[in-house]
Write a protein that binds this ligand. Structure first.
Ligand code: TRP
Length: 335
């Protein structure tokens, strides 16, 4: 890894263990992680410290962490190529986050749209962690001197504040942090709800048919696709106002690699029923190996522990160097 660091660009990303992973998480983020590990020096985290900004039930939270770790491995994160660690196991994240808190203004955190949205949604628990969420995220990224951070559109503002914090700190103390670039994947599908395709697919949707998860059975997946909301035109083509079909085309394209043009040609003269069945079957086949690997990993806690212990150690060692450098610049006496 030490050697690779010098040659290859460093990619950092993280995902929260907040329940079952959805088709949207997979096609929008994790699938791209598996592509990037072929080309870059990738460091991925399970961001479990961020998760308690919303109240968790301990037993469920504990289960979600291991489940998410096993699921993401099952998606194809290769422990030989990438470092995939658990954020709460690496002590530097909370430590650097504290430092960065003191270089981040109340005003700039107040402007974060995710903070505004989440504090409206959880009005009874607008805690300080929810407010300083972006500085912990900045610490995650800056600790690894990441060049690139693949993120969805909803996290772009957090990447902007990360860059601002890094530049501000560097402006005072010299070059401590690499200023990272956001990386919005070219073919990262933005998967929408199957029931209301103007909304993002979300596991917290009240309508269970809106969201496909990686752990859904083939029958459930088929049922959800067959019930997907479309329009009345009955022509498979990508166009404004056809959000349901556009979403299904996006999903189908992401799992098969087919272009929209090819899909339109293949389904010329066919109805939505055929199309929904084909998309459902393609998703079932794409998720089948993932579910099988997940079943294997989740039954083998020793294997999971071996994977994260190895990754945690690498992450701790790497990030400690950045933390030490930052603390020294601020004036701390290192022990
Ligand atoms: N906030 C991100 C999300 O909810 C997860 C995350 C935490 C993250 N730390 C990160 C993403 C660092 C990218 C880089 O999606």
């Amino acid at each position: 890894m030490e050697q690779q660091t010098e040659k290859k660009k460093i990619v950092f990303s993280a995902i929260q263990p907040s329940g079952t992973i959805t088709l949207g998480n997979y096609l929008g983020a994790i699938k791209n992680w598996t592509v990037m590990q072929e080309e870059y020096n990738c460091i991925y985290a399970l961001a479990d410290l961020h998760t308690i900004t919303v109240r968790q039930t301990p037993a469920t939270f504990r289960k979600n962490i291991l489940d998410a770790y096993a699921s993401i491995l099952a998606c194809g994160i290769d422990a030989e190529k990438s470092v995939f660690f658990i954020q709460s196991h690496v002590t530097t994240h909370a430590q650097l986050a504290w430092l960065l808190n003191c270089y981040t203004q109340f005003g700039e955190l107040s402007r974060m749209t995710q903070f505004k949205d989440k504090s409206a949604k959880h009005a009874d628990n607008v805690n300080a962690g929810l407010f300083t969420y972006p500085t912990l995220m900045a610490a995650d990224i800056l600790l690894y001197q990441a060049d690139m951070v693949p993120v969805g559109a909803d996290q772009k503002q957090h990447l902007e504040i990360t860059r601002n914090i890094a530049e501000r700190f560097n402006g005072i103390y010299g070059n401590v942090f690499k200023v990272p670039e956001a990386y919005i994947p070219k073919n990262g599908a933005r998967v929408m709800s199957l029931q209301d395709p103007t909304k993002k697919m979300s596991k917290s949707d009240e309508n269970v048919n809106a969201c496909v998860t990686l752990m859904d059975s083939p029958e459930t997946i088929m049922k959800k696709f067959k019930r997907a909301v479309t329009d009345s035109e009955a022509i498979v083509r990508y166009a404004d106002g056809k959000e349901g079909i556009n979403n299904l085309m996006g999903i189908y394209s992401a799992v098969t690699g087919l272009s929209f043009e090819q899909i339109e040609k293949d389904f010329d003269g066919k109805g939505y029923g055929d199309f929904k069945t084909t998309v459902g079957e393609a998703v079932v086949e794409a998720l089948r190996p993932i579910r099988e690997r997940y079943e294997k990993y989740i039954a083998d806690k020793a294997y999971l522990q071996e994977c994260y212990t190895k990754a945690d150690e690498i992450a701790q060692k790497f990030s400690q160097r950045t933390l030490d450098k930052a603390m020294k610049k601020v004036g701390y006496v290192l022990k």
